[in-house]
Design a protein around this ligand. Structure first.
Ligand code: FES
Length: 276
């Protein structure tokens, strides 16, 4: 879509009234959308949490854009609105003077919206939203390894190779993953852009070692065979069931009940009337 010159006859009818011309620069569609969003949200300054709030704002937005806007979008996509409100909701968890404390959750949100990686645009946007120097945001994003500074594949596979997993065969799992994905190396992305593999430190699931993570899900108690099955399912567009792949329930003892198997003796069970 093109840009509208402020002061032009077309702009005079549709745009000049809601947005008085303050400059002669070209007004892009993006500018219009940004200003209209800000205007529509004025009555919704309070934190918007419910779907009703969202609908109200969306309706207000639709109304304000409706006049003489044949060449402009009549509404901002619902998804964009939802994401904006989610960011505002996160910010509302912190006192206004400390809103920069929301930098990590907002970077995470931005990364999720940006196909899994934190680009410079994501960092700059977060800096703007939190009114903090961009450099402070870069410092955070480059310190934490969970922010990916390069584009990643559709499925982000992280194989844990820290000691407990290593002792339980993590390197066999890593080799299996790399071989199964066409001989790539940790840090690489497959040619079709479907998988990126990296080696990571402990993910906190040591009792189910060895394990790997795909996206947000843990696949545990792996063997080379079950690892292949998990990857094949993702290749086919399926979502394998996360959790232990050995059949055991969560991290229960795989040998069955071996402790506290007999009836407890007192004091304890019989020391208070309600237990006798
Ligand atoms: S060592 Fe792999 S999850 Fe802890």
């Amino acid at each position: 879509m093109g840009a509208l010159e402020l002061g032009s006859p077309r702009a005079a009818g549709s745009l000049a009234r809601p947005f008085p011309p303050t400059t002669s620069r070209l007004l892009t569609v993006q500018d219009v959308r940004r200003r209209t969003l800000a205007k529509a949200l004025q009555p919704h300054k309070a934190v918007m949490r419910s779907a009703q709030d969202l609908n109200d704002a969306s309706t207000a937005l639709g109304r304000s854009l409706h006049r003489h806007t044949a060449t402009l979008p009549t509404t901002i996509p619902r998804r964009e609105l939802e994401e904006y409100f989610r960011a505002q909701e996160i910010i509302s968890h912190y006192p206004p003077q400390y809103k920069k404390a929301a930098v990590i959750p907002l970077l995470d949100l931005g990364q999720r919206q940006n196909k899994g990686w934190t680009s410079i645009s994501v960092m700059n946007y977060v800096a703007k939203l939190l009114e903090m120097p961009p450099m402070r945001v870069y410092e955070v994003a480059t310190f934490y390894t969970m922010f990916n500074r390069e584009p990643i594949g559709e499925h982000f596979v992280q194989v844990c190779t820290t000691t407990p997993c290593m002792l339980r065969g993590a390197y066999d799992i890593l080799d299996t993953v790399c071989t199964e994905l066409g001989g790539i190396k940790p840090g690489d992305t497959t040619k079709d852009g479907k998988f990126t593999v990296i080696e990571v430190e402990c993910q906190g699931a040591c009792s189910n070692a060895p394990m790997l993570v795909v996206g947000d899900d843990f696949y545990e108690d792996l063997t080379p065979e079950t690892t292949k099955k998990v990857l094949q399912a993702f290749s086919k567009g399926e979502k394998p069931k996360p959790g232990p792949q050995s059949g055991r329930h969560t991290s229960e003892n795989s040998a069955g009940l071996t402790a506290l198997a007999s009836k407890p003796y007192g004091p304890g069970e019989h020391c208070t009337p309600e237990f006798s």
